[in-house]
Design a protein around this ligand. Sequence first.
Ligand SMILES: Cc1ncc(COP(=O)(O)O)c(C=O)c1O
Length: 392
Amino acid sequence: MIDNPNIPQAVRAVAADGTQLRYALMEMAREMEDIITLGRGDPDLPTPPHIIEAANRAMRDGLTGATHVKGMPSLRQAIAEHMRAVNGLALEADNVMVTTGGQEGLFLAVQAVINPGDEILVPDPRYSSYDDAIKRAGGRMVMVPTERDDAFNLEAEAVEAAITPATKALLIVTPSNPTAGIVTEDRLRAIAEVAIRHNLIVIVDEIYGKIVYPPWRHFSIGALPGMAERVITLDAFSKAYAMTGWRCGYVAAPADVIDAMARIKQVTTGPVATVSQWAGLAALTGPQDCVGEYLDIYIQRRAVLLAGLDRMGFAYGEPRGGLFVWADSSSTGIHAAELSYLLLKEGRVLIFPGTAFGEQWRDYVRITMLEPIETLSAAVERMLPVLERYRI
Ligand SMILES: Cc1ncc(COP(=O)(O)O)c(C=O)c1O
């Protein structure tokens, strides 16, 4: 616990409750003008034109009727081929279902696998939607620690140490939201051995899998020997193709797991909007240059942001993939909760504190790269004097 005499008592009081603070910050931001918000999670870049054109064409051609609940056969086939070619998964179209974004894939995967009383291992910190999906299924989330010094990579020993007789599954997210860490191939190989030894199902969220910063590379645990029958791989068009609002994603899993998920989907959301499926088909089968171009933009933004954080004296694990930097402010002598309040009040920069990803992450902030470089640079210039005023 840092005791920083520069932080006014009133600020400490507001910052004390992580959940309330988030609402307090949003409330304050509404009353203020000229705020830079570095909290968003959906790409600010436009959906590439050839994808929009494919959706337009589908509408013009009257291709607007509902599809099978698991998705259009042509799209399921294209997903299977793409995941075979790019991720090395041994898949057929039967192993694929199109979902309403990554969010639904995640929710359905957890409902299909977890029964009341089952434990599921989740890396700490985590994307908080996992909590709700697990709670709905009656499962218990058991956290597996990850460390900044290890760039928030996941360790097989840490996974194995958290296993009990009630452990049913392991959830992996690579690259991670919020940490921007990836789980490297060597670690995934060791984790796969643990999963096989303890008969665990592995749900792997690869929604940021196409946004990995060289020389790091994305690797799919489902491609390893003995894993096809126990891995559910989630992906979506939302991040790599800047298609968050199209609500189109997919899961790949053993056919009986796909059937179990489809039964729930049938009575909840039904098939994904047909126009969005045509857009998804164009994204996967069309030119992939847009993915590389967007990655280049994120690489430049990341450089600006990291240089700024270095100037401010933040510590962070190397962001190896995804769209965020997960930074520790404690080296400046200011807790992240207090800092996020001060940054908004005095710097007009809105950044949510890390407690949204686990109560104990009081020293962390998740800063997004989803603004143009000029905006990120301006945010850094606004933040620096606030840091100088309060650091110890
Ligand atoms: C790790 C992770 N998984 C899944 C999702 C859900 O994505 P979608 O917008 O496709 O529903 C998100 C969204 O931010 C995410 O960060």
